[in-house]
Design a protein around this ligand. Structure first.
Ligand code: GSH
Length: 193
């Protein structure tokens, strides 16, 4: 199977980490996809040209969560599993936080004249609201599962893109836990250069 990614995408990193943790990486060819370029050949792989995308025997899986679910099924390990209602909400908030950070980063990297302070401020508010919630609920959900991987990737992504969020102040317990996860070989192996 072939996994399309970009070295800086936090979404791709989630499934690249899980691929390594499960050992499935030995069956996966990873290829850097050319996104956000007019006329890119990548549209022939996936009609929405987003990463990550996994192609297995001609079948396209074009969503992070669904790729993780596929890896779970293939490896008989649990990354999403049968979630409790709280664990499900936790995952949704974790990914919602990451979605907001991605918008914020994209905004921050646009041409200076096009950047919107309003959008950046709103995304900062979203992150600053999500983090205390994630911290408060982490007693039940702090696990090296899909949400845990997503949050750790989201943290490193926000650091790399210099997004001004006080993770340690807003989510101290979560931060302490993530710090130990960042040392995992799967995280080191997928860290953006
Ligand atoms: N909902 C998608 C989001 C993936 C996503 O937004 N990926 C970004 C990279 S971080 C992307 O492909 N961007 C290229 C583009 O927007 O054209 C998922 O969960 O897989």
């Amino acid at each position: 199977m072939k996994l399309y990614y970009s070295p800086t995408s936090p979404y791709a990193r989630i499934v690249r980490v899980i691929a390594r943790e499960t050992g499935l990486i030995s069956q996966i060819e990873e290829e850097i996809a050319k996104t956000r370029v007019h006329g890119t050949d990548y549209f022939q792989i996936t009609p929405v040209a987003r990463i990550p995308a996994l192609v297995v025997e001609g079948r396209l899986i074009a969503d992070t969560r669904d790729i993780a679910q596929y890896f779970e099924d293939m490896s008989q390990t649990v990354w999403i599993g049968d979630e409790t209602p709280l664990a499900q909400t936790y995952r949704q908030v974790a990914i919602g936080l990451l979605d907001g950070l991605a918008v914020w980063s994209r905004e921050a990297h646009r041409d200076q004249a096009l950047r919107s302070d309003k959008i950046k401020a709103y995304e900062k508010e979203r992150a600053e609201t999500a983090l205390p919630w994630l911290n408060a609920n982490s007693f039940a959900c702090r696990e090296w599962n899909f949400s845990g991987v997503a949050l750790t990737c989201a943290f490193e992504y926000s650091q790399r893109n210099a997004l001004d969020v006080d993770w340690a102040g807003l989510a101290p317990d979560l931060m302490a836990w993530m710090t130990t996860q960042m040392a995992r070989p799967s995280m080191q192996d997928t860290r953006a250069p």
